[in-house]
Design a protein around this ligand. Structure first.
Ligand code: LMR
Length: 408
């Protein structure tokens, strides 16, 4: 039956993990997938997650299905985590205007939002994504039946935000177009708009009545605090309350900031006109989710519930996020120091220090990436490196390899 099936290319990000695992070189370095590693290069289960697992082992009474849109307790805690730290968010909650559903991490949440937009948003079936964006974004949205286009985002000459290009492209969009924005720690570039640039983005979104989808996969990795990283969300909440924009959608993931990669836990939120609309939209979300995966998995979401509701474990989580984000900053400095001071690399590596979050968009060209992979240093073909894969014992080898491919 499958004789005519052609082999598909490997996944641009996860395919690298397969190559890395098959490599027998003991000095191999994996800077492909964005997954946190500790200072010994090992995966890290957060102490807060370990603590929550102990509580869960003692208290869990069933493994029943959770409702189609997820555990009510989980959804209430997510709403509190996201919308109770600013006046506008509180107002949206009080007015019954926030609908939150448990999702299957960022990917699953975004897919559900995409399906919902395609089915129920009459103004447009087109989503603009930043150029560049996460390798999976276009596929998620197109498989949901939407078409995609790009807006300018990154200035390859300055390694910074192409503010003029971005604003111009959004201003040229058809009114009502959907626009995907990375809430913080843009993947793959590590370049985020500054707060005043977000104001300008919101002005254009308002003028053209664009429908924003905020994708928040790295909450906490920009500032070190998951709450401080909500600053962008606060602006969107205020814009809705002030009537400047009518709506926005949000997908959110605990893969990175709780290290719950394989648990597949996250959420999606929509703003509605009020409680009656919330109930209607919820009923249709259920119709979207049920044939896709019936209801979300519950082990990871139960851990999140414990972390967000037990004060001591919550405080531990805030510390854990700080540990991860501080280590990434340290590794940026260390690699920068090695490249500039040990190897005297002639290129400007300031963007290593300036970019935020788990990734650095190095500017390495595809042929240089190929040569690095030949040296057992794995990174995506666009030159993105996951800073999380750097640790004190491999940074020298890494800097040496980068120096060699950029100077010879
Ligand atoms: C990444 O960009 O490396 C992560 O978001 C993991 C993934 O699923 O691609």
């Amino acid at each position: 039956a499958w004789a005519s099936v052609q082999a598909a290319p490997a996944d641009k990000i996860l395919g690298l993990t397969v190559l890395y695992n098959n490599d027998t070189n003991p000095s191999k370095i994996n800077l492909g997938v964005g997954a946190y590693r500790d200072n010994d290069g090992k995966p890290w289960i957060l102490p807060s997650v370990k603590a929550a697992e102990q509580v869960l082992a003692q208290t869990e009474t069933n493994k029943e299905y959770v409702p189609i849109v997820g555990s009510p307790k989980f959804n209430e805690l997510i709403k509190k985590m996201l919308y109770s730290h600013d006046e506008a968010g509180k107002k949206l909650l009080e007015d019954g205007r926030v609908l939150t559903a448990q999702g299957i991490s960022g990917t699953g949440s975004l897919r559900v939002l995409g399906e919902f937009v395609r089915t129920f948003y009459p103004k447009s079936k087109k989503v603009l994504v930043p150029n560049p964006t996460w390798a999976n974004h276009v596929a998620i949205l197109e498989k949901a039946g939407l078409t995609t286009g790009k807006y300018s985002y990154y200035d390859y000459k300055t390694n910074a935000l192409d503010e003029a290009g971005l604003l111009n492209d959004l201003a040229s969009a058809e009114p009502g177009t959907v626009v995907l924005l990375h809430a913080c720690c843009h993947n793959p570039t590590g370049v985020d708009p500054e707060l005043e640039q977000w104001d300008k983005i919101l002005d254009v979104v308002s003028q053209k009545q664009l429908l924003p989808i905020l994708d928040m996969a790295y909450q906490g990795f920009r500032s070190g605090s998951p709450i401080d990283d909500l600053a962008i969300l606060f602006k969107f909440n205020k814009a809705v309350v002030d009537g400047k924009i009518s709506n926005f959608l949000l997908s959110q993931s605990f893969a990175k900031n709780m290290g719950l990669y394989g648990e597949r836990v996250g959420s999606l939120s929509l703003i509605t006109a009020g409680p009656e609309e919330t109930a209607r939209v919820k009923s249709q979300l259920e119709k979207v989710i049920r044939p896709l995966y019936s209801s979300p998995p519950s082990h990871g979401s139960k851990l999140v519930e414990i972390i967000l509701s037990d004060d001591a474990i919550y405080q531990q989580w805030l510390k854990d996020v700080r540990v991860m984000s501080d280590r990434l900053v340290e590794m940026r400095k260390l690699l920068h120091d090695k490249l500039k001071n040990t190897y005297k690399n002639p290129l400007n590596w300031d963007h290593l220090l300036n970019q935020k979050g788990m990734f650095c968009y190095t500017g390495l060209k595809e042929d240089q990436v190929k040569r690095l992979i030949e040296k057992s240093v794995y990174l995506t073909s666009d030159g993105r490196i996951s800073i999380a894969g750097i640790y004190p014992a491999n940074v020298d080898n890494l800097a040496k390899a980068i120096h060699e491919v950029t100077t010879n």
